[in-house]
Ligand binder design. Structure first.
Ligand code: HEM
Ligand SMILES: [Zn+2]
Length: 181
């Protein structure tokens, strides 16, 4: 998992819980003197352990914490990669470009990033179906990222996670409903 993901997690935790909490989490779940460098890779178990602990601390379901992080992460990634986001004029075009535009760009910018396979399909002007596959099973993070993207474009959406790897499937389906008014 790239350091940039940890950098955004740090921003979120420091903003919402304070620096002391972040330093305690690092001490508990990462090797001594850990500093996350955005382009370097670190064990994703560190990310999982930190988010797990945050969920326990806040007495929230882990999936909700991961989803909230995904939402925050979209803004963190978007602000660090403005040029990539500028290519899209609306929410639908961005969702259609996650795999073939955004993550292709990420592959050029980072050395061997660990990316999911995402297939987006327009069902109707109000419905997009996103199929997610990854050995990291970070589908709730993907859900949060999609909400972050929707907010970025001022698009109201709902998502139903109809099929999930956490329930034994080999992929997840995120059925997005767009509200046009
Ligand atoms: C709604 C849009 C997006 C979705 C659903 C999405 C989904 C994901 C997910 C779920 C992961 C975690 C890894 C995994 O699941 O295997 C990931 C990793 C990543 N994504 Fe995206 N992403 C989106 C947009 C973006 C954008 C806008 C950027 C930056 C321009 C970006 C850059 C990255 C990077 C750098 C990683 C980490 C790779 C690593 O740790 O090695 N993504 N993406
Ligand atoms: Zn899932």
């Amino acid at each position: 998992m790239k350091g940039i993901i940890f950098n955004v997690l740090e921003d979120m935790i420091v903003e919402q819980c304070g620096m002391v909490v972040w330093n305690d989490l690092l001490k508990k779940h990462a090797p001594p003197e850990r500093v996350y460098i955005s382009a370097k890779s670190y064990a994703e178990t560190e990310l999982m352990a930190i988010t797990n602990d945050v969920a326990l601390m806040l007495n929230m379901p882990l999936q909700d914490v991961v989803k909230a992080f995904g939402h925050y992460l979209f803004n963190g990634l978007a602000s660090r990669h403005v040029g990539v986001i500028k290519r899209f004029e609306d929410f639908t075009s961005l969702v259609m470009g996650i795999h073939d535009v955004i993550h292709v760009e990420v592959n050029k910018l980072y050395h061997e990033p660990a990316l999911p396979t995402i297939i987006s399909r327009i069902i109707s002007p109000e419905q997009i179906e996103v199929t997610y596959r990854s050995p990291r099973k970070m589908c709730f993070c993907a859900e949060g990222l999609l909400f972050g993207a929707a907010q970025h474009f001022g698009q109201n959406i709902t998502i139903v996670h109809t099929v999930c790897m956490h329930n034994g499937a080999d992929h997840c389906i995120l059925a997005i409903e767009l509200q046009h008014d």
